[in-house]
Design a protein around this ligand. Sequence first.
Ligand SMILES: NC(=O)c1ccc[n+]([C@@H]2O[C@H](COP(=O)([O-])OP(=O)(O)OC[C@H]3O[C@@H](n4cnc5c(N)ncnc54)[C@H](OP(=O)(O)O)[C@@H]3O)[C@@H](O)[C@H]2O)c1
Length: 257
Amino acid sequence: MTGADGHRQRFGLTGRRALVTGAARGLGWEIARALAEAGGQVILNGRDPAALDARVRELTDAGLAGEAAAFDVTDDDAVGRWFDAAGALDVLVNNVGLRHRFGTADCPPDDFNHVVDVNLTSAYRMARRWAVGRIAAGRGGSLINITSIAGPRARPGDPAYTAAKGGLEALTRSLAVEMAPKGIRCNAVAPGYFATEANEQWLDDPKVQAFVEARIPFKRWGAPGEIAGAAVFLASDASSFVNGHVLVVDGGMTVNF
Ligand SMILES: NC(=O)c1ccc[n+]([C@@H]2O[C@H](COP(=O)([O-])OP(=O)(O)OC[C@H]3O[C@@H](n4cnc5c(N)ncnc54)[C@H](OP(=O)(O)O)[C@@H]3O)[C@@H](O)[C@H]2O)c1
């Protein structure tokens, strides 16, 4: 094997099975498609079976391997039932997230708990079921949590999401040091500003555009597909010694002084 072939293989996902949560649209869909393009067999999760089936058809029409798994990641029983029947899974991408932009006065504890449940507790629930199964089977794997540049820093009026994503970063580190002896790597991807449906209302707002041009060195939003290479890298053997890392994909926004 030549060196070039070796690295083509190390960056590839042939023979790997991956679950991506929240994969019917936005960053989750782009990650799922890229993992499939890299040779993986990808399972797309979400709550809307019809939306998932349409995405699976897009993959299979392109000659790629995809299947749907409709369940709510906040539902402990549904998650348990799915993992009981799932079979071997080499890669888990915890992508589901809920944006919530309310300041402290307008964020009662129940709302706070809900945001933490969707963004953080659900990722732990999924990671726990997955990792315990991998360890029992004597198999390693790669866990990727989709955090945010809001994890280690803050904007005013955003306590729940900031706390949840900060917690998800900390969880990534904790699982990384606990799971590595079992051959399981745990990393995170932290997106900056991406032009997904979730941000639709901001894309044409002149004030937000001015902020984007002032703060992001590329002076534009990230295109959703620009998240995907980071996930392929962290899923593949090319990152075999990368563990506990948060790979920031923000066009340089957070290093811009
Ligand atoms: N876009 C950005 O600029 C940005 C920046 C920083 C971080 N992020 C993070 O990146 C991730 C993806 O962002 P996005 O903008 O692509 O989000 P999005 O457009 O809101 O997509 C979220 C996906 O998750 C699914 N989903 C939501 N709740 C679910 C649940 N309980 N169980 C299963 N599926 C569920 C949704 O599908 P259904 O509703 O059909 O279930 C949807 O497909 C999130 O974690 C977000 O916090 C995004």
